[in-house]
Design a protein around this ligand. Structure first.
Ligand code: NDP
Length: 498
């Protein structure tokens, strides 16, 4: 960020509409400066090696723990969510930062590979090299947890980062960069640019070596198209329409409690939050009565008063309303709340049932405190319907006996069995989706590998008396190669597969 930006924008408290602060709208010049400085800083950052970076990243993690209340307060002000939710989010982000810092060395160190008998005189290794400068573009709904899934892993792998936070949560982004600058040898290793969508587009065009984008599928397609012009690789983390499958042998009390939280916490603005439930008809009545009873006890409101806050982005209220309207018009039944539940800036809990599969509420991400519960005769039907979605981000399965077996049939990136969104809190497993939910992975070893490229180095340990890669190769060498191939592979290829 530079002071030279001509225009500015404000961040607002979505509960009160109060202006919280003003931030520059960084244009091509400011973005280019941030990227150029980040590129210069790659020498310093990479020169520290894994252990030098680990030390700094762990010091940053400690600083974030020390200031967690300040961080949670800021998140709560910019998003309207309860500070306890903001604290949990920050804690998870710090967990990922520490894991990435501690494990980058063992996951990304050089790997020696077998050269094969034909190349037995060679030693073969694969190095993982950082990409250079990574541009991170983040959303507002989990303004620390989500971008840190890319920032932490990119930094630990040896890249420098330029981060463009959402226009709704610029303060959290700027705060993150300031805390990093307090302990880092250079503030250019992790810098922030602020602005609207245009600043994000400029970052995509700035010559960064990779863009890690988290946001909606519509914007993701624009980002991918912009990056395609320069062949800049992209990691895409988009939304979902996450299903919950409740089998007849599920612990219904636990399932109802966790599903309600997953759907309604953060005002339903969680990419991996429950949006639709397929419950076995044998236990449907019981499950519905449990979740509706619990749903009646939660209310939206100001942080400290409500169980969850407002819709952070005012235009989302119209989308939520249209989904409820369409579901009811097509024969859906409201079990709790309904169209009148949308009371700007809040939405009271809405539970619907018997909603046709082709309604917008079943097909598109609602991103509000709305859950739809449909009955199924067989779990195979629940699996089929779950997989018919254009999205494939996360899912939950509740079954005492068959949870893992059901989970393996789902076309999505992550499944929580007898729990909800648990995969987001386990740093060793990758996070990401398929289909309209995106591609590439953050978190875990895959999240570190994502921000590196492989370099193969094959070295001659000694020279063979027969030259193969030479115009001097003779007929004897040719016969020898064919003979060797027959001995090595011929027998194996003639064998019938088991
Ligand atoms: P958007 O897609 O609207 O925006 C995401 C980011 O992209 C913002 O920083 C935005 O800036 C920026 N942006 C907008 N236009 C462009 C452009 N043309 N080029 C580059 N960047 C651009 O998403 P939201 O912020 O509304 O976030 C909500 C969405 O994110 C939901 O769909 C949710 O499911 C998804 N999400 C996915 C997660 C995952 O890991 N899979 C996690 C969390 C959320 P600005 O805000 O300033 O317009």
């Amino acid at each position: 960020m530079t002071g030279a930006a001509k225009q500015s924008f404000t961040s607002l408290n979505p509960v009160t509409g109060e202006v919280l602060d003003a931030y520059p709208i960084d244009g091509p010049e400011e973005v280019a400066i941030a990227v150029a400085r980040a590129r210069e800083a790659t020498l310093l950052w990479q020169g520290l090696g894994y252990f030098g970076r680990e030390k700094i990243l762990l010091a940053w993690a400690k600083l974030l723990v020390d200031r967690i209340n300040e961080c949670a307060q800021l998140i709560s002000l910019e998003t309207g969510k309860p500070t306890s939710d903001a604290t949990l989010e920050a804690t998870l982000a710090i967990g990922h930062l520490s894991w990435a810092a501690r494990n980058a060395h063992s996951i990304l160190r050089d790997q020696f590979r077998r050269p094969g008998i034909l190349m037995a005189n060679m030693s073969a290794k694969v190095e993982r090299s950082p990409l250079g400068v990574v541009g991170v573009i983040g959303p507002w709904n989990h303004p620390i947890f989500t971008p840190m899934g890319s920032i932490s892993y990119a930094l630990a792998a040896g890249n420098t980062v330029v981060f463009k936070p959402s226009e709704f949560t610029p303060g959290v982004g700027v705060w993150l960069a300031k805390t990093f600058a307090e302990i880092a040898p250079s503030s250019s290793i992790f810098a922030v640019v602020t602005g609207m969508g245009e600043t994000g587009r400029t970052l995509c065009e700035s010559g960064v070596d990779k863009v890690a984008f988290t946001g909606s599928t519509t914007t993701a397609k624009n980002v991918a198209a912009t990056c395609a012009k320069t062949l800049t690789p992209v990691l895409i983390e988009c939304g979902g329409k996450d299903p919950v499958i409740i089998a007849a042998d599920a612990d219904l009390k636990l399932a109802a409690d966790a599903t309600l939280w997953s759907a309604m916490s953060n005002a339903g603005q969680t990419c991996i939050g429950a949006e639709r439930v397929y419950v076995h008809e044998k236990v449907a009545d019981q499950f519905i009565s449990l979740i509706v009873e619990k749903g009646k006890k939660i209310v939206p409101g100001t942080p400290g008063v409500g169980n969850y806050g407002p819709a952070t982005m005012p235009k989302q209220l119209g989308i939520i309303e249209s989904h409820i309207e369409d579901a009811l018009a097509r024969g859906g039944v409201a079990l709790l709340g309904g169209i009148d539940s949308v009371k700007p800036p809040y939405v009271e809990p809405v539970i619907l049932t018997n909603v046709p599969e082709d309604s917008i509420a079943m097909k598109s991400e609602t991103f509000g405190p709305v859950i739809i519960i449909n009955r199924v005769r067989e779990i195979s039907e629940a699996v089929r319907l779950s997989n018919e979605s254009p999205y494939g981000l996360g899912a939950s399965v509740w079954s005492k006996k068959n949870g893992s077996e059901i989970a393996s049939q789902l076309h999505c990136g992550m499944v929580a069995v007898n729990s909800t969104i648990s995969f987001a809190a386990v740093p060793t497993v990758p996070f990401g989706g398929v289909k309209d939910s995106g591609y590439g992975r953050i978190h875990g070893p895959e999240g570190l590998l994502e921000f590196t490229y492989a370099r193969s180095i094959v070295r001659a340990r000694f020279q063979l008396p027969i030259l193969l890669t030479s115009f001097g190769r003779n007929a004897f060498a040719d016969r020898l190669v064919v003979g060797l191939a027959r001995v090595l592979y011929g027998r194996k290829l003639n064998k019938k597969p088991k």
